[in-house]
Ligand binder design. Structure first.
Ligand code: MG
Length: 380
């Protein structure tokens, strides 16, 4: 199959009435539901023209988000069927092209399902993905008592994408009266046309209720990565004491090549650890004059950039400081805020705590500071 003969319409013009907020903008494993939907339907056909149909009041924002990724954005109509048609018209596919119509609220569809339903449409004119119904189906009376058990052998759930030869769609629209149809497959069935059912992945769920997000995140979620960092610096008279990028009042600072901010060094090592990218000494050797008295936030930012290159983004950071003095309590809030700022995290995702060592060991004798950091990175 040549992907040049396929176009994709993603419909996202609904009101989310059953969800309570804009369900397509809800974050799911680092991306919105709509971002997942577009990415998954485009994955096997990266060069296929794509049109995203959104509510008229979302057009501007959607264009700002999507145009650079080669997605055309148009305003939808008052019903789903109008939106589909506007999207297809915007792409103006040739009569023998295949049109894939995907629901923006379906964040997961396997690449092979997209290709198989497109292929079925090429051979049969119209096709849709379906999944079996596993639950026993009951029909209820209006008083919510059971009227009957419905045989489910021939029943399936309709998924998307649905796929049609553009000519078949256009003929169906030309013969449609002022009726409403649930989807384009339903219109063609009603007109006596044949729609081929293609078995699809049952995990291709439509996010309709907020509980569906839990199912979708189970499919899309990739395990987070955890990193741990530890650093020790000796006190040195005549130096400024930096911890978490905050200058603290102290008789002595810390010895070291850079500004010797042990807290930020531990955080840097934790991020590098979560990335599987070695340690701070490899990236910033103390033999390099560039780091002489350098602010350590540069090390953290470098580690975050390495994480981003690997598709990883920091979620939270927990930092423990072990030292006898100065007391951290009065500065804790400022240190938390500064660390959150450096990490690009909301303040609630960063925690700084401190303990003394009860006079024991080198920390107890006030000879130095130890910092330990734990971070979690999510795959985006
Ligand atoms: Mg260090």
């Amino acid at each position: 199959m040549s992907e040049g003969d396929t176009v994709i319409v993603v419909v996202a013009a609904g009101s989310s009435a059953r969800f309570g907020e804009d369900k397509l903008a809800v974050s799911l494993c680092g991306r919105t539901v709509l971002e997942h939907a577009l990415a998954s339907v485009r994955a096997p056909l990266p060069d296929a023209p794509v049109c995203l149909v959104v509510r008229a009041d979302h057009v501007e924002a959607a264009r700002a988000r999507w145009q650079a990724e080669g997605v055309r954005v148009v305003a939808g109509g008052s019903h789903r069927q109008d939106s589909v048609r506007l999207g297809v018209e915007a792409l103006a596919p040739a009569d023998d092209a295949v049109v894939l119509i995907h629901d923006g609220a379906r964040p997961f569809v396997p690449a092979e399902d997209v290709l198989r339903v497109a292929d079925a449409a090429r051979h049969h004119g119209a096709a849709l993905l379906v999944a079996p119904i596993v639950d026993t189906i009951k029909r209820l009376r209006v008083d919510e008592t059971v009227d009957a058990t419905v045989p489910r052998e021939r029943l399936v759930r309709a998924l998307t994408p649905q796929a049609f030869c553009a000519r078949v769609l256009r003929e169906a629209w030309a013969h449609a009266s002022d009726e409403h149809w649930t989807d384009e497959a339903a219109l063609i069935e009603r007109q006596g046309g044949e729609v081929k059912a293609v078995a699809g992945d049952a995990r291709n769920v439509k996010v309709t209720h907020s509980s569906d997000l839990a199912i979708a995140s189970g499919v899309l979620g990739r395990p987070p990565r955890v990193g741990h960092g530890i650093d020790v610096h000796a006190f040195a008279p005549g130096r400024v004491l930096w911890l978490c990028g905050v200058k603290l009042p102290s008789e002595a600072g810390l010895a070291g090549h850079s500004d010797a901010d042990a807290a930020l060094h531990a955080v840097t090592d934790a991020i590098l650890g979560a990335c599987g990218a070695g340690d701070i000494g490899e990236h910033f050797p103390s033999s390099d004059a560039r780091w002489q008295d350098a602010p350590s936030e540069g090390f953290v930012r470098h580690a975050l950039a390495l994480a981003a290159e690997r598709g990883l983004r920091i979620v939270n950071c927990d930092l423990s400081l072990l030292l006898e003095k100065p007391r951290i309590g009065p500065h804790r809030e400022a240190m938390c805020a500064r660390l959150a700022e450096i990490l690009g995290l909301p303040p609630g995702q960063v925690n700084v705590k401190a303990t003394t060592c009860e006079g024991l060991g080198f920390i107890g004798r006030g000879e130095g500071v130890m910092a330990q950091a734990v971070v979690m990175l999510e795959q985006v």
